[in-house]
Ligand binder design. Structure first.
Ligand code: ATP
Ligand code: MG
Length: 248
């Protein structure tokens, strides 16, 4: 059984706990795993964010991730986030979302390390042959989201919101996603990766040519018209000859 401290994190009345237990009963979860890199009341959890607590659970023998809405946030429901995930899933992005309601999202569990941890190690141990394809993959995913008209939000700092699974980046956390804004996934990601966030320091040695001066005019063109040709111009500037690199 899931602990009250997790179900109603950080504080909840007995009424809230009871209502949440009832809401969760229909999910048919069989196990709550004591597993993950964070902890609440001596129980490990996969993560604690501003919006939710995420725990590893099991249903019908399958390990899944359950996001539980924190009790002390303005956001009244996780349903909008689940809808963003559902849309992203149509273009093979984000953990597959299985079931949701006001206070919960049940989704695919991504067994992987944080992008930032991977990047810090890659900066020491990896070559551009390993790093470039990951960056290109993230850019392609961002382009697919732009095409879909879904702005994920917070794309300029994906240190915690990309998990590396089997060498491939998986975008998680669509809590600030919206279909009502002009999508800025590609432009925010590029700025964050190469000069606008803590990631830049680790990526610059692999991408010394990715300066603000070179990329800004290309980003401006793309902002003006978010089409494949303008996106390709950005890709070519960031990872020239990437196709031959992948073949090696
Ligand atoms: N599907 C998943 N599989 C594995 N781990 C996950 C999954 N979803 C979330 N996590 C872990 O839980 C953490 C918190 O999840 P998430 O980022 O969705 O919460 P949040 O409250 O919206 O975060 P933020 O503080 O960024 O708003 C993540 O950083 C990640 O470590
Ligand atoms: Mg997050």
């Amino acid at each position: 059984m899931i602990r009250d401290e997790i179900l109603g994190y950080p504080v909840a009345t007995p009424e809230i706990i009871a209502a949440r237990r009832k809401e969760l009963a229909v999910y048919g979860l069989t196990t709550i795993w004591d597993y993950g890199g964070a902890a609440i009341a001596n129980q490990s959890v996969l993560g604690i964010g501003y919006v939710g607590v995420v725990v590893l659970v099991e249903r019908a023998g399958q390990k899944l991730a359950l996001k539980i809405r924190r009790t002390n946030i303005d956001k009244h429901s996780l349903i909008e986030e689940a809808h963003c995930l559902e849309r992203a899933n149509t273009v093979a992005i984000a953990p597959m979302v299985m079931q949701w309601s006001q206070n919960f999202i049940l989704m695919e569990y991504i067994a992987g390390e944080r992008f930032f941890d991977w990047l810090q190690r890659a900066a020491i141990n990896s070559t551009k042959t390993e790093v470039w394809p990951v960056v290109v993959d993230l850019l392609e995913q961002s382009f697919r989201l732009d095409q879909l008209g879904l702005d994920r939000g917070d794309m300029n700092c994906v240190t915690n919101d990309v998990l590396m699974r089997a060498g491939q980046p998986v975008l998680i956390d669509f809590s600030r996603g919206s279909g009502d804004r002009r999508p800025q996934n590609v432009t925010a990601l590029v700025q964050g990766l190469f000069w606008g966030s803590v990631m830049a320091r680790y990526l610059t040695p692999f991408f010394p040519h990715c300066t603000k001066e070179i990329l800004t005019p290309l980003l401006r063109n793309y902002k003006h018209q978010r089409n494949r040709a303008n996106f390709d111009a950005i890709l070519i500037a960031i990872a020239p000859m990437r196709k031959s690199l992948n073949k090696k």
